[in-house]
Ligand binder design. Structure first.
Ligand code: C2E
Ligand code: MG
Ligand code: MG
Length: 704
């Protein structure tokens, strides 16, 4: 395209005539019309100047020395940039032969000599306008071609009556077919597709003709170099002015890159990056689908949950790199047992789950389990190492009455854990007795031990707020268990088991140290009056190491003992009240404060309240929760607060969820409160935000 000629504001015309007078005559006439004009004396010169200046139009005499008009015309046309420049030839009157010759040489128009100026000017204007229109169409075409190229798209047209098919260049390029190579493009298309894909397009096209609705199909294209492309194919019918369907118009877009990117994302989402096995997400989706297919439920499916025994040892002894290689090897070996309808997924670090469909009895599942266990009889070679490992397999079978996904997974897991209990290296079917309380407790105990090792326990903090000033005075440390499968587990679900099994000693020690460490940190940040309340269970309280552990924690964290508040319960005093009193006294002598928690919810002895060396009484949520806006149902809370005041104890009211709960506590002389209204127990990082917000609010109130 001649960019210079198109971008010019005033058209530049080249006038070529060997006769000076004629040349000047035309030059002046054109200049008077506002055009820029350059001139040449012969065909050769005209050719040179055309090349150099790229004029918008050439007006050229036919008869000239050196190189005549025809020759010059041919030479100019041969130049790529000049292909479309309008050339107006000046011919002799009625010289039909030279007119013909002019057109043959590539001229676009002619005018006879002597020149009639009025007509000549019209012809020039018309020639330039035509050229402009030509250029605009051409530019539009170029833009369209660019757009198609960028979108990796081509189009085709099928003239239905003549049964002629036209494909744009881009389609030929996309399918890697040359126009010459294959005449019938339909054949070419067929050769580039699978039979299935071709059939799909054919059916879609037939439906479009029948129903008049466009079709969209995605299919593969196999190029001669065996590269596969994915294309999006869309076609619709085109009607003429009379509303009759005359042709079908379609686009084909190469969407391979997008498809591959989508595939990659899908792969990352659904497959384990180490072993390339389906991951937990895909496993759950697969199971959901399988359990929703009615025939699958009646046919039954088996879930086999495999956990490698003592895999940690391999990681610890040989390093994580060998550990990873080992997992890949095991994954491959396990995968060889699967059939196309089965699914094997890696659901945890050293855990795999199988879903086998169409299994009706224990026998079928047993066979599979035996095959799997056989894999572990061999030694596994990783580089120079020969490793041996066993596995524990828990199995459960679905049935029409047992087809809830979560339940089935829990069953397979319980069965697997049972195998672990008895030493691993075998399989076991789930049975109902595994859900008994004692059994569950056993499992929780085992998991709790692991939780301690793997730092799965965390402390949340709930602010204790002054009823009158709204200032945060301290916080209660409340334990949570960040369970890898179950998420955040409430202390209600594991503290009782920890107490029964004695694990509470270790847990309590950790809680104490962690709470002191965190509080000391906040003191250093400037919140130096915060008191931390730490819950102590009866078993912990009576343990021989209890006092030593606390002293040790105080020493290593450097916390001021005055900022510690031990929350004990009445059960701490059971059996030996004298001993309890003396322990508490020793703590108080060190400056530690003592709170009585859960008061009024157990056996509650009023005389006890009098004897114990206490600082604070916690008013349990049970006494606050039901107080209504009129203050009804608050009698017991009122009594407890009054009693505490009489004994010179501070009160902290728990479970304050509504504004009128605070109003009630305030009206009845309560000191501090904690509850969801101000804040739920939150992780340490969030507690810092609570502190910052509280300081700001207090400052704002002071300033106003
Ligand atoms: P607790 O010591 O009486 O703790 C107060 C409980 O009330 C906490 O439950 C707290 O989240 C909840 N709570 C606070 N404000 C509200 C409220 O406005 N509405 C309601 N509905 N509940 C509120 P959490 O954290 O689940 O702890 C439960 C119990 O577990 C504690 O009762 C305590 O007995 C025990 N516990 C928690 N952490 C530890 C610990 O580190 N060691 C020991 N031994 N026991 C702990
Ligand atoms: Mg408490
Ligand atoms: Mg309490």
């Amino acid at each position: 395209m001649n960019e210079i000629a198109t971008s010019r504001k005033t058209p530049l015309l080249l006038v070529v005539d060997d006769e000076l007078v004629g040349r000047i005559y035309i030059e002046k006439a054109l200049q008077s019309e506002g055009y820029d004009v350059i001139t040449a004396e012969n065909g050769q010169q005209a050719y040179e100047m055309a090349k150099q200046h790229l004029p918008n139009m050439i007006i050229m005499d036919v008869m000239m020395p050196v190189m005549d008009g025809y020759q010059s015309c041919v030479a100019i046309r041969a130049e790529e940039q000049q292909l479309k420049v309008p050339i107006l030839m000046l011919t002799g009157l009625d010289d039909i032969e030279s007119v013909e010759k002019s057109f043959d040489s590539g001229a676009t128009d002619f005018i006879v000599k002597p020149v009639n100026l009025a007509i000549f000017k019209q012809r020039v204007r018309h020639g330039l306008n035509m050229r402009q229109a030509d250029l605009e169409i051409y530019q539009q075409h170029i833009r369209q071609t660019h757009a198609y190229k960028i979108a990796k798209m081509g189009y085709w047209e099928w003239e239905m009556e003549a049964n002629q098919l036209y494909f744009s260049d881009e389609v030929y390029e996309m399918l890697a077919i040359s126009r010459e190579e294959i005449n019938d493009t339909r054949d070419a298309l067929r050769a580039r597709m699978s039979i299935d894909d071709f059939q799909r397009i054919k059916s879609a096209s037939e439906a479009t003709i029948k129903q008049g609705i466009p079709y969209s199909v995605e299919h593969h294209v196999i190029r001669p170099d065996n590269q596969t492309q994915i294309v999006h194919h869309h076609a619709e019918l085109i009607k003429n002015e009379q509303g009759q369907v005359v042709r079908m118009f379609g686009i084909i877009q190469d969407i391979t890159a997008r498809y591959l990117a989508d595939e990659q994302i899908r792969h990352q989402l659904y497959y384990d990056s180490l072993t390339d096995l389906p991951n937990r997400t895909l496993f759950h989706e697969h199971l959901d689908k399988a359990l929703k297919t009615p025939s699958r439920i009646t046919d039954g499916l088996a879930i086999l949950h495999i956990n490698l025994d003592r895999f940690k040892n391999i990681n610890d002894s040989y390093g994580p790199e060998i550990g990873d290689k080992f997992l890949i090897l095991i994954a491959n070996k396990l995968n060889q047992v699967t059939r196309s309808t089965d699914l094997l997924a890696r659901v945890g670090a050293d855990e795999f789950s199988f879903v086998f469909e169409g299994i009706r009895s224990n026998d079928g599942a047993e066979k599979v389990a035996n095959k799997l266990l056989k894999i572990f009889e061999d030694t596994h070679c990783i580089g120079n190492y020969e490793l041996i490992i066993t596995a524990s397999i828990g199995i459960t079978l679905s049935s029409p009455n047992n087809c809830d996904k979560e339940t089935l997974l829990q069953q397979a897991d319980l069965a697997m854990q049972h195998v672990k209990e008895v030493g691993g290296n075998q399989f076991c079917f789930y049975s109902e007795q595994m859900v008994s309380g004692a059994y569950q407790a056993l499992i929780i105990e085992k998991e709790l031990r692991r939780a301690l090792e793997r730092d799965e326990l965390v402390l949340f903090y709930q602010p204790k707020v002054c009823v009158n000033t709204g200032i945060v005075k301290g916080m209660e440390a409340l334990i949570r268990w960040q369970h890898p499968d179950k998420g955040l587990v409430s202390p209600f679900n594991f503290i009782p088991i920890a107490e029964e099994t004695g694990l509470i000693i270790q847990i309590g020690k950790w809680v104490f140290e962690e709470a002191c460490r965190q509080t000391r940190l906040w003191h250093k940040q400037g919140y130096d009056n915060l008191t931390v309340s730490i819950n102590v269970s009866a078993k912990q309280f009576h343990h021989q190491d209890f006092e030593a552990d606390i002293l040790n924690a105080i020493e290593i964290t450097g916390i001021d003992p005055h900022c510690i508040d031990l929350e004990v319960t009445e059960s701490c005093t059971m059996n030996n009240i004298e001993k309890a009193i003396s322990i508490l006294k020793r703590f108080r002598d060190m400056g530690i404060q003592i709170s009585l928690d859960d008061f009024g919810t157990g056996f509650s002895s009023l005389s006890l309240l009098n004897q114990l060396p206490l600082d604070t009484l916690k008013v349990d949520i049970a006494f606050i929760r039901d107080i209504n806006e009129k203050g009804e149902n608050g009698e017991l809370a009122k009594l407890i607060i009054l009693m505490a005041k009489t004994l010179g104890l501070k009160t902290v009211s728990e479970g304050v969820e509504l504004q009128h709960h605070i109003d009630f506590v305030k009206d009845n002389g309560g000191d501090e409160y904690q509850g969801f209204l101000f804040s739920k127990p939150v992780p340490a990082a969030d507690f810092e935000l609570v502190l910052a917000r509280n300081s700001q609010q207090i400052e704002a109130v002071k300033a106003s």
